[in-house]
Design a protein around this ligand. Structure first.
Ligand code: BG6
Length: 469
């Protein structure tokens, strides 16, 4: 649909930006923090440094929050490191861990920035992993107790909570992300079920003990196109969407598995076992909003039914494929970024529409952005017009979605500040703020404002896409 005029962004729109703990904090063993599955990793892609130093946000968070305030952020979405707060995953709480997140949240509040905290962003405590990780129901209890500590101690300063970042990517690509959610497929889907139960219990707990807070899931959601109008391609697209998108949100919002996804699991003997009470726990939980990450749309074709349905160069944002269900296809209408991810702002609008049509809950974007090999110039600037273009095109489509009638609470692009990417090191950058460190030489971690910093600041001040120079 075209409009003569687009609706404005609502007053109080949460213009924000995002990060995660393990990609930014550093201080991986500081002040009583226990190791996470990410800290225990040694299999980093060649030429990348790992995550132990991040961008030293743990030590520089006040400087960073001052920069976020100068940028004009209304919200900051970060994640809490479970093993900083509960070093062994369960049991004793580390007061220094709680203190760090309280100080961060208070610093944000003091600058008028609303904190939005994710409970888990890929970095399960290693102590839990050695005891079986998400394969064990004890991890559900540990997650609930960890969340209880956070709600009891931080709900007064953190009004918005996200349960698990990109659970769907943890399940589809656990090995690549190092999130511990790997193993044979049957066991991975059982882990997934445990995470869904844990999420439902935590959402109910939040409403019970911290009625002032709002909480929701944060999967990666993207619309899926059929490669052609052939009905078999259309079915393949619907199948992929059910398995990738709706499985997670149908359980989170409606409390039941998506029937197509359930049939897929059944056909392969991968349906998870429900323990007594699981169905009731899932049915009882209700999120206040849906947070989602979007980088690109996906296009799939009908499967050939053999190993060629699976590509070897997939990642979170390039379809891997599933034998006999769908195979990834290129979309000839879309340009690509340097990492071969398709760029599809209109697919963003479509994704908003699908989400709102299905669930009728307020939506907030918790990741969207462009990774690139930014260059720091001699005068301390980064000319990242390509990032400004990407963000502007996507923000315009949010405005279309709002005009379409979708309720959008906010937009938190990835990322507030440069951070270490999931598998391409620090060289692949996303931030509004450049951090001067190399892959293996962390230098002084000096911060520099990119061109996109000044552009996003103008946008936030005007509550509208900037026009002209
Ligand atoms: C999302 C993750 O999948 O994509 C982030 O939640 C990640 O943690 C982001 O950084 C971008 O992916 P990458 O691989 O470029 O870091």
């Amino acid at each position: 649909m075209q409009y003569d005029q687009l609706a404005p962004f609502p007053d109080g729109f949460l213009w924000g930006a995002s990060t995660s703990a393990y990609q930014t904090e550093g201080g991986w063993d500081a002040a009583g923090k226990g190791p996470s599955v990410i800290d225990a990793r040694t299999d980093f892609p060649e030429g990348t440094s790992g995550f132990k130093d991040g961008v030293d946000h743990y030590n520089r968070f006040r400087e960073d929050v001052a920069l976020f305030a100068e940028l004009g952020l209304k919200a900051y979405r970060f994640s809490i490191s479970w093993s900083r707060v509960v070093p062994n995953g369960d049991g004793a709480v580390n007061p220094d861990g709680i203190r760090f997140y309280r100080e961060l949240a208070e610093e944000l509040q003091a600058h008028g920035i609303t904190p939005i905290a994710t409970l888990l962003h890929f970095d399960l405590p290693q102590a839990l992993q050695t005891r079986g990780g998400w394969g064990e129901r004890a991890t559900i209890d540990a997650f609930v107790e960890y969340a209880r500590v956070l709600f009891e101690q931080l709900a007064d300063v953190i009004p918005y909570w996200l349960t698990i970042n990109e659970q769907n990517m943890m399940i589809m690509l656990g090995e690549m992300l190092g999130s511990g959610t790997s193993g044979d497929r049957k066991s991975v889907w059982q882990q997934n079920h445990h995470m869904l139960v844990a999420q439902a219990r935590v959402m109910a707990l939040a409403h019970d003990i911290a009625p002032n807070v709002k909480i929701g899931p944060a999967p990666n959601i993207a619309c899926v196109y059929p490669a052609t109008p052939h009905p078999l391609d259309v079915i393949a697209a619907a199948d992929f969407s059910a398995i990738r998108n709706w499985l997670y949100l149908d359980v989170a919002v409606r409390g039941v598995y998506n029937p197509t996804a359930w049939a897929f699991l059944g056909a392969r003997g991968w349906q998870p076992q429900f323990a007594n009470g699981d169905a009731e726990v899932l049915a009882a939980a209700a999120p206040d909003f849906i947070a989602f990450n979007y980088y690109t749309s996906h296009t799939v074709a009908r499967p050939k039914g053999d190993g060629s349905d699976i590509r070897d160069n997939g990642d979170q944002h390039i379809v891997l494929g599933e034998e006999g269900v769908y195979r990834g296809a290129d979309n000839q209408f879309l340009p690509r970024n340097e990492f071969n991810w398709e760029i599809d702002p209109i697919g963003f609008r479509m994704t908003f529409r699908e989400l709102y049509d299905r669930y009728r809950l307020p939506l907030i974007v918790t990741e969207n952005g462009l990774g690139a090999y930014d260059e720091l110039t001699e005068d301390g600037r980064v000319h990242d017009q390509y990032r400004i273009d990407y963000l502007a095109q996507h923000i315009e489509q949010i405005q279309y979605a709002i005009t379409d009638g979708v309720e959008v609470m906010g937009y938190c692009p990835w990322s507030a500040i440069d951070l270490v990417s999931t598998h391409q090191g620090i060289r692949k950058r996303y931030g509004f703020i450049f951090v001067d460190r190399d892959e293996f030489d962390v230098k002084q971690f000096e911060r520099y404002r990119k061109d996109s910093f000044f552009w996003y600041k103008r946008l936030i001040i005007g509550n509208a896409l900037p026009t002209g120079d």
